[in-house]
Design a protein around this ligand. Structure first.
Ligand code: HT7
Ligand code: ZN
Length: 855
């Protein structure tokens, strides 16, 4: 397969300022006529090359004259047309089949709808076009379709005409005045109902808002609409960015490879990020809807008005937009809890990626298949880079930087370098060394040593950074790392101020005066940098911070570290006293000054996979057993507390208020500890919660507890749940997911059975992820010593690849973690990868992931 390199970037040979698209839509066979106005870009004699994937040209015309097949060439699916002048009009006609498109890239059918997904390279499956983000065009789109099957016809931009045709057909025309790359093209045809609303922008323009879904789903669109309006107001207030078209439409579809897509004026969403009501969506789902609606909306500026020059710059739009959606969600809810959740997600996905064979820089140097680079590194680590710049600049100067970035690059296809330069110029800061964050993969490790001199009262903090070798990058340079610290006085429980240090050298010393007694170090407060910090703090010091640290993230982190030390000690056969952990959990849970959602986060045991990440070689069984043991001890030791919390957090009626949500989160945590304690009535309590809950947050949490149980209530609850929600795909996904994440002795057999279940299908990515994605994330189950987990996932990848290679490729990384496990498991994982690679006709997507994972 061909490797694309960043260093090979060359400006496009031909530009396409205008394109007119004419669709005659039909699920089996749709006809696409495209009229491109092309202009030569610079002095050269190269032909026009229009990308195509699986397209057969039925007609090719240049300036109205039909070409013979001998007048053009087809190379790797692309149409190559020699042209003599500076400007031409090139017209092509192709037929495509949405119904046969199981890859869900290009124009495809989903539940009776026809819809598109073009990012990253799906447009070339619709029509011949220079499918690269630096070719920006104005789009005029005409759609024609059966009026009964497809009464609603939507495309980017503003509607400019519609009408009836003979034979019960109709047409619509849309015009998008903003030049855009083809990955932002979108079109939807179907029988859809609309939640219609409006928003008045800061400058007084009225924008018509529409959320389009299947009629039955209309009552579940309210939360998404509120989120959209909040997002529009927030972007005006915080970034000074207004919406720019007269309409903004969102469509929800059931079959989607990703979360959602920011097409100009016509966002297309995986329905799981639009539909929410208390009976079917958890509080986390509500948050995800809010976050993804905001994310896609924010792309209108960070992605659409300013787009990417090439796909190596993907984090320019994704990292920045994730930072923006994270800040928005923090403002809408609890900033500390949001930060804890985001860091947990970063550590679970990105730190693992950075530590494995698929590690890559935030701005990668090469790829085989760009679809494989929609990663936690591009998105989440990319967001952390923006966050660090915002921290170093401060609010005002960061805003000066973003204002300059948007003004300077509006209407352009920009680079990560452009963004950094705008921060430097607008915010007056030197980011020369900081740029290494874009270049160097791997999570920096910072070792912190705190020395104290009684005589002088001086505390010296010595910081040492190392950045591990990653594929293609054996040696690294020291980075500029912003680290927020505070030094606590043991007697008063206070500190003299929060300090932002910038570590720039491999080793650096920072001195602080005025300490009669050795202070306690609170470090990387707020998780100011995406690094792994190693300290030599004792359990007592961590317990102190878990009670006194005024930075909520650092307080949470101290609790986590206390638990990690205890659990890792147990796994390694050096058990520590668990009394400090139990005391810290008790005191935190009883602290009336803390809000319930924070308490629920702080008292939560670290996940098995996070514990694995702390060890040189992951022992999934020992980790599982140690975590179970500690959970049981905490459960038993504090049983009255858990019972009390569980009883007093029961609500009378449903509310989405922060208090009500916090109470549910804490209630579920208490139930989990009670179940862990082995209390005789734990299953009854869980079943009662399951049965009486008026919301999915409590019902699913209770189902999760019962899924771990071997008692009779397990099957009853699973059956009740299945029957109650058998008509609701999104809730059935939860049914699969909950079982795949369970800690049940027969988990592997259960997952095997579920794969044969009548409701399981390979054609819906949500369903595949809900079973196999969840199973692969269940460290204990997936890494079962029989190797059955590896075989099952490999079989799935092989079966799914011909149907949906993108979704198949996303399941490869768990198999690539073989170096992290014992030799036997490692060999079985490698064998699974080799078996995948031996499949004839394997996609580029899976080939890239599997071959890199073996290297
Ligand atoms: N920018 C969007 C990316 C996306 C995507 C990528 C590959 C395959 C399918 C896809 N659907 C959407 C999503 C976002 O970050 O907003
Ligand atoms: Zn995005």
């Amino acid at each position: 397969p061909v490797i694309i390199r960043r260093s090979d970037y060359r400006a496009p040979d031909w530009l396409v300022p205008e394109i007119a698209l004419d669709f005659t839509l039909d699920a089996q066979s749709s006809r696409v006529r495209a009229r491109l106005s092309v202009t030569r870009n610079g002095a050269h004699d190269r032909p026009l090359r229009l990308d195509g994937d699986g397209l057969v040209p039925r007609e090719v015309l240049v300036d109205g004259r039909a070409l013979n097949a001998a007048d053009y060439a087809l190379e790797d699916g692309a149409l190559v047309v020699p042209l003599t002048g500076e400007k031409h009009v090139v017209e092509t006609l192709v037929d495509i089949s949405p119904a046969a498109n199981t890859q869900l890239m290009g124009l495809y059918a989903s539940g009776g709808l026809l819809c598109t997904q073009c990012e990253a390279e799906g447009f070339r499956r619709i029509t011949f076009f220079p499918d690269r983000p630096d070719v920006l065009s104005r789009y005029h789109v005409r759609m024609e379709a059966d009026r009964k099957l497809y009464p609603v016809l939507l495309a980017n931009g503003d509607p400019v005409g519609a009408g009836e045709l003979e034979g019960d057909r109709h047409w619509a025309e849309w015009n998008d005045p903003f030049p855009k790359p083809c990955y932002l093209f979108a079109m939807v045809a179907g029988d859809l109902a609309c939640n219609a609303d409006s928003f008045t922008t800061l400058s007084g323009r009225e924008v018509k808002l529409g959320i389009w879904v299947k009629e039955n789903d209309l009552p579940r669109t309210g939360h998404a609409m509120t989120a959209l309006k909040h997002s529009m107001a927030w972007d005006e207030k915080v970034y000074g960015r207004e919406y720019d078209l007269d309409v903004f439409n969102i469509v929800a579809v059931a079959d989607f490879n990703f979360g959602a897509m920011e097409n100009k004026g016509l966002n297309i969403f995986n329905s799981r990020y639009i539909l929410a009501d208390p009976d079917t969506a958890t509080d986390m789902d509500f948050d995800a809807v809010e976050g993804v609606v905001a994310h896609e909306y924010f792309h209108n500026w960070s992605g659409n008005r300013v787009t990417c020059r090439d796909w190596f710059q993907l984090s320019l739009k994704e990292g920045f937009t994730v930072f923006r959606d994270q800040s928005f969600s923090a403002d809408m809810g609890s900033p500390p809890v949001k930060r804890i959740e985001d860091v947990r997600a970063l550590r679970a996905a990105q730190f693992q990626e950075d530590a494995g064979p698929l590690a890559h820089p935030v701005r990668p140097e090469s790829y085989m298949e760009i679809g494989n680079f929609y990663t936690a590194t591009i998105y989440n680590k990319g967001a952390e880079l923006i966050r660090m710049m915002a921290l170093m600049l401060g609010e005002k100067r960061f805003r000066q930087g973003t204002d300059l970035y948007f003004d300077r690059h509006d209407g352009q296809a920009a680079t990560c370098e452009d963004f950094v330069r705008a921060m430097e110029d607008g915010g007056d800061i030197d980011l020369r060394q900081f740029r290494l964050w874009y270049e160097q993969a791997g999570t920096p490790r910072v070792k912190a040593l705190l020395a104290h001199n009684h005589a002088s009262g001086e505390a010296r903090l010595i910081l040492r950074q190392t950045i591990p070798a990653t594929p293609g990058q054996p040696v690294k340079q020291p980075m500029a790392i912003p680290i927020r610290i505070a030094l606590f006085d043991r007697a008063s429980g206070k500190h003299g101020g929060d300090t932002l240090l910038t570590l720039t050298q491999a080793e650096q010393e920072f001195a602080f005066t005025g300490f009669d007694t050795p202070p306690i170090l609170s470090i990387n407060r707020g998780f100011s940098a995406p690094i792994i910090v190693e300290t030599e703090r004792s359990q007592d010091e961590l317990a102190f911070l878990s009670a006194h640290d005024d930075d909520p993230f650092a307080r949470y982190e101290a609790m986590q570290q206390l638990m990690v030390n205890t659990l890792v000690g147990d796994v390694a056969g050096h058990p520590l006293d668990d009394a400090p952990v139990i005391a810290a959990i008790r005191d935190t849970a009883n602290d009336s000054a803390l809000d319930a959602a924070f308490i629920a986060e702080a008292i939560r045991l670290p996940s098995e996979s996070y514990l694995g990440d702390q060890m040189a070689i992951v022992d999934p069984d020992a980790i599982h057993a140690a975590r179970d043991r500690l959970q049981a001890k905490i459960g038993k030791a504090l049983e009255p507390l858990w019972r009390d919390i569980h009883a007093r957090t029961e609500a009378n009626g449903f509310s989405l208020s922060p208090q009500a949500r916090g109470a549910r989160k804490l209630r579920n945590a208490a139930l989990a500890y009670l179940a862990g304690s082995g209390a005789a009535d734990a299953d009854d309590l869980a079943f009662d919660q399951f049965d009486r809950a008026d919301n999915m947050t409590e019902r699913q949490a209770a189902l999760a507890v019962l899924s771990n149980s071997s008692g009779e209530k397990r099957e009853i609850a699973l059956d009740v749940f299945y029957n109650r929600y058998s008509g609701d795909a999104l809730v059935l996904d939860k049914w699969f997911q909950t079982q795949a994440l369970a800690f049940h002795p027969d988990i592997v057999a259960h997952v095997k059975e579920l794969a044969q279940h009548k409701s399981f299908t390979l054609t819906n990515p949500n369903r595949v992820r809900s079973l196999y994605g969840a199973f692969a994330a269940n460290q204990w189950a997936f890494n079962h010593k029989s190797g059955e987990g590896y075989r099952m996932v490999a079989d799935l990848i092989i079966a799914l690849d011909p149907i949906n290679p993108q979704t198949a490729a996303r399941l490869v990384p768990p198999l690539g973690r073989w170096r992290r496990f014992d030799v036997e498991r490692g060999e079985m994982m490698q064998n699974a990868l080799k078996r995948i690679l031996a499949q004839p006709g394997l996609s580029k997507d899976v080939t890239e992931q599997a071959s890199k994972s073996l290297a």
